[in-house]
Design a protein around this ligand. Sequence first.
Ligand SMILES: NC(=O)NCCC(=O)O
Length: 383
Amino acid sequence: MAESLESLESCLERHIPPGELAEVKRILYGREARKLNLPSAAWSAAQERDFELLGYGFEAAPEQLRRPRIVRVGLVQNKIPLPTDTPVAVQVAALHRRIEEIVEVAAMCGVNIVCFQEAWTMPFAFCTREKLPWTEFAESAEDGPTTKFCQELAKKHNMVVVSPILERDEIHGGILWNTAVVISNSGAVLGKSRKNHIPRVGDFNESTYYREGNTGHPVFQTQFGAIAVNICYGRHHPLNWLMFSLNGAEIIFNPSATIGKLSEPLWAIEARNAAIANHCFTCPINRVGTEHYKNAFTSGDGGKAHHDLGHFYGSSYVAAPDGSRTPGLSRTREGLLVVEMDLNLCRQVSDEWNFKMTGRYEMYAEKLAEATQPYFIPNIIKE
Ligand SMILES: NC(=O)NCCC(=O)O
């Protein structure tokens, strides 16, 4: 079933009686996102280039004092185009070419901010625990070849580019980080955000390569809105989302790499819950396909050594602050999801539900400060 089910949505459309489908979707997905009218040239280019293209829009109510703040985001999910034992430079070049042709279509669709998947310039090879050749994919966040490539894309298409890469930090002994580089639509590198939470689950052996990030929870003020990047495993940490939100993020991207048997039932919940809890838009992105490695590796669970990590199930989507969400991209195909959003919706939902006002942050802060001390005593009341 892992790779044969195209998407949950296509399955629902096939099997739910037409009379009940709209109500089922409302209960599952909230207010229906409007389908975007994308240019026909974009549809045909996506078809020719063999990737799925979906477009949706979220509206906000008209206000008297603020104009609508409309922004279009593009979420890109892709496979690795070449086998993992192809020379490193050839793999990177092929990924650059593939992303370039998808971003061209994003530009045709009027996308203002595009975000790629986690560690997009490489196979997600951390499962192997091998150093070479995988560490050779690491690049400088400030002026590595991928950042330069993204700067060109940003300038050419007047688009903010969020580029999650494996970073080599030359000024600190050449160590590695899992980093999202944020490039302004002017082409300037606005800054970077490092992955705060490193998984210790299944074959996600990332702590062999890099440590928990040290950049905190930066928010990048772009021409199109205030954005932040919560990389993959940070998705499971509600406080990580909260910190980006406290810093003012209106859109939080969540570039990821995760597999069906581990996290698929969590996928639709976590980022969507974060959008609700923090009155912002969230954009989880996952790669697609199964990546094979020459040398077998074990999972440390007594099971047989194997050559792949499992099926990356794609399913990238956008969740809105009112709890509604778009359908997901395919579980098996590459794709571009274009979503138009009015950022005024963040404050409108905040004014209605008041989570920022009703949250007892000083109480949590006090208790958290206590709970992280070595001699903390939990407050348990017993008979
Ligand atoms: N890339 C990454 O952190 N994956 C961990 C698995 C998950 O968070 O679903």
